[in-house]
Design a protein around this ligand. Structure first.
Ligand code: COA
Ligand code: NAP
Length: 269
């Protein structure tokens, strides 16, 4: 796919799945802007995106929980690159914890990053979106529609993210802006997957839950984002696209129960 001449913003684009998405757009010739909390990760990513073929690449460090910092960072991107063709919002935090065991602040932290962060990013970007034609992609998770024990905070946050997607696809659709969510399955080698499946046994249980029988790769998710942002998807908006090897069809499966059992045994121990 050719994204040359286009401006692509990836929030939380400095590691894992989101960095894979940013690199795929860079290899397709776009101008890239990335943001996350760590200036070091931002600088490293910007250099990698230029090496991957980006027409240009810039980045700033901010925390998506701070709406003013998000708005200021996005303005800097607009000053440098002009209107946004593609906005990917993917910053998130996760840890496994039973609801009864985690503090209110722990629950709120994930809501603040995943859910509030999403609306901060979308509202901050709103004045700078190309009209008509912009593509927004919110990075969601299977927890949006599958309940996993030990993930009440993430389930609540990501369900909210997908409802923002659906609602704003209507509110902003009238301006020619498309809004979709992409739901990665469990993606090999990423921080999110390591936190949920920290041992080889847990990793294998997770893999067995996937009908296609393999872990997802960052490129699988990136391919879906390229497609959704291309002209081939010009009539697709308000959708929640699972890129999960059919994991959803099996539900939370044995893996979800195993995680609950593991957390309960840690509590006893
Ligand atoms: N179990 C229970 N509670 C936990 C926890 C865990 N494993 N990890 C953190 N918390 C709690 C903390 O105790 C704190 O609550 P308290 O103030 O009542 O003690 C609250 O969560 C916030 O923790 P803190 O470390 O101050 O948050 P932070 O803003 O520095 O970091 C996190 C946010 C916790 C989400 C951190 O893991 C992070 O930065 N994650 C980003 C990377 C990531 O999660 N990647 C996977 C994406 S799917
Ligand atoms: P990751 O490598 O930890 O990526 C998270 C990114 O968000 C990093 O760039 C991180 O950089 C940034 N970030 C975190 N908190 C932030 C904050 N408060 N403000 C700004 N930036 C912040 O995680 P990942 O596993 O690849 O997950 C990426 C996305 O995919 C997430 O939305 C996640 O929910 C989703 N997902 C992952 C999986 C999986 O298998 N991994 C499955 C389903 C969905 P800094 O640390 O520099 O801030």
């Amino acid at each position: 796919m050719d994204f040359s001449g286009q401006t692509v913003i990836v929030i939380g684009g400095t590691s894992g799945i989101n960095r894979g998405i940013a690199e795929a757009f860079a290899a397709s010739g776009a101008k890239l802007a990335v943001a996350s909390r760590s200036q070091e990760k931002v600088d490293d990513t910007v250099a990698a995106l230029k090496a991957a073929g980006a027409a240009d690449a810039i980045g700033v460090a901010f925390d998506v929980r701070d709406p003013d910092a998000v708005a200021e960072g996005l303005k800097q991107f607009h000053d440098a690159f002009g209107d946004f063709d593609v906005l990917v919002s993917g910053a998130a935090g996760n840890f496994p914890a039973l609801a009864a065991e985690m503090s209110i602040n722990a629950f709120k932290t994930v809501i603040d990053i995943d859910l509030m962060g999403t609306i901060h990013v979308m509202k901050g970007a709103y004045p700078f979106l190309k009209r008509p034609g912009a593509s927004i992609i919110n990075i969601s998770a299977p927890q949006s529609y599958l309940p996993y024990e030990g993930q009440a905070h993430v389930c609540a946050a990501k369900a909210g993210v997908d409802q923002i997607t659906r609602t704003l696809s209507m509110e902003w659709g009238v301006e020619g802006i498309r809004v979709n969510s992409v739901v990665p399955g469990f993606i090999e080698g990423t921080e999110g997957a390591k936190r949920l499946a920290p041992t080889p046994d847990a990793g294998e249980a997770l893999r067995r839950d996937v009908p296609l029988g393999r872990w997802g790769q960052p490129q699988d998710v990136a391919n879906a984002c390229l497609f959704l942002s291309s002209d081939m998807a010009s009539y697709i908006s308000g959708t929640v696209l699972a890129v999960d090897g059919a994991l959803y069809q099996r539900g939370s499966g044995k893996f979800g129960q195993m995680m609950g059992d593991m957390l309960r045994s840690m509590k006893k121990g």
